[in-house]
Design a protein around this ligand. Structure first.
Ligand code: PLP
Length: 373
């Protein structure tokens, strides 16, 4: 079989999604399944929907196009604020988008007025991660402007944590976000149905004793795909961590001199620290490199270590029997490695355990989601 390849076990994705959906449902929280790390792969998205996610979240219009092109009709929310230049595309392919810029919302409204659909606006609130979001003190004024724009409606507010700065969500931040929503509702006499508390980093809080406030939605990617909670890096019990496996092939296996650090007294020679010594050791080369994935984010089989990597080669050594030319090695990926590998054209994606029943048409909901791009 072709290498390098990623084997994706959809039964594990379905299980992980279902497990999280059921636990969060007991807390009154729905799951938006985020597909950006798998580049909007339609079959993986479908598995997440089969696991009970209410809708999909995507960061890029290109990935949304891929999902729509494969016939997925479920509502998709753009979770990155739209590019001003993509307003028409966003309105044509997504039922909702997260926003933090009034000018962009105005453009979306203009684009929506050209269609028969109303585009839903999720107001992203800055709550400490210092990436995207409206400063809390300005949310109300922006909500007022948006409610006056025909073509769009304020459907929800949300926050995001632990992406840029590692700021974790807390009960008090969830309460603050809920209070902003309630205040806008009272002031403008509108209903804000969706309060989206955050991403995978929110999971421990949402399932904990004091989840906080009116949070009724989370946008989950990493925890569904890899079963790890992003702030602590802890594995979530009850979930599969190995839904994805990267399989690489050995293209060279040789005994070579070991490079050792030489001691130079002359500082000018410090740059030439590594010199071959008389001992030899077996090392192998895998046909994968920095161009394909984040090498530092790969976990090798027990007893195998990475000696280094270049754009197309990854050099390894093994304390056990040495992998021979042509043999395959299975690696696990963290989020960063997965995200890049899913986007690598030279890595084949092999889908395992697709649903046995025929291509199920995804649950059809009302709204503008049927529009194709
Ligand atoms: C990436 C992202 C998510 C999903 O994050 P995970 O850590 O993969 O769960 C949710 N919301 C926003 C705004 C994002 O950018």
């Amino acid at each position: 079989m072709t290498t390098p390849r990623i084997e994706v076990d959809l039964s594990k994705i379905r299980h992980n999604t279902r497990y999280l959906v059921e636990r969060l449902k007991a807390r009154g929280i729905t799951v938006t399944a985020v597909t950006k790390a798998v580049c909007g792969h339609p079959k993986i998205a479908q598995a997440m929907l089969e696991g009970g996610a209410v809708d999909l979240g995507e960061a890029r219009v290109s990935n949304v196009k891929r999902l729509r092109g494969a016939g997925i009709k479920t509502p998709i929310t753009l979770i990155r604020t739209p590019l001003l230049s993509q307003a028409d595309l966003v309105v044509g392919s997504c039922s909702a988008s997260f926003n933090s810029e009034v000018d962009v919302i105005a453009r979306l409204a203009e684009a929506a007025r050209k269609t028969k659909f109303v585009h839903s606006i999720m107001l992203m609130v800055e709550m400490g991660d210092m990436r995207d979001g409206i400063m809390p003190e300005n949310v109300e004024a922006i909500a007022r402007q948006v409610t006056a724009m025909p073509g769009v409606t304020v459907r929800g507010i949300g926050a995001n944590f632990a992406c840029l700065s590692g700021t974790a969500p807390t009960t008090s931040k969830m309460n603050d976000l809920s209070a902003i929503a309630s205040h806008i509702e009272q002031t403008y006499g509108i209903l804000i149905p969706v309060i989206s508390g955050g991403n995978s980093a929110n999971l421990p809080l949402a399932l904990g004793q004091h989840s906080g406030g009116r949070i009724n939605n989370l946008r989950l990617g990493e925890v569904i795909l890899l079963a790890v909670e992003s702030v602590s890096g802890d594995k979530i019990n009850g979930l599969f961590t190995d839904a994805f496996t990267l399989i690489t092939e050995v293209i060279e296996a040789k005994s070579k001199p070991i490079l050792t650090k030489a001691l130079f007294t002359d500082p000018a020679l410090q740059a030439l620290r590594l010199v071959p010594d008389n001992n030899h050791a077996m090392r192998s080369i895998l046909a994968i490199g920095k161009q394909d994935t984040d090498i530092a984010g790969l976990t090798l089989p027990i007893g195998v270590t990475c000696l280094g990597a270049t754009s197309d080669h990854m050099v390894i050594k093994s304390i056990r029997s040495h992998p021979r030319v042509g043999s395959a090695l299975k690696l696990q990926m963290n989020y960063s490695a997965l995200m890049r590998a899913m986007n690598a054209p030279d890595i084949t994606k092999v889908i395992l355990n697709e649903t046995p029943f025929k291509k199920r048409s995804s649950a059809h909901r009302d709204g503008p989601d049927v529009a194709l791009v």
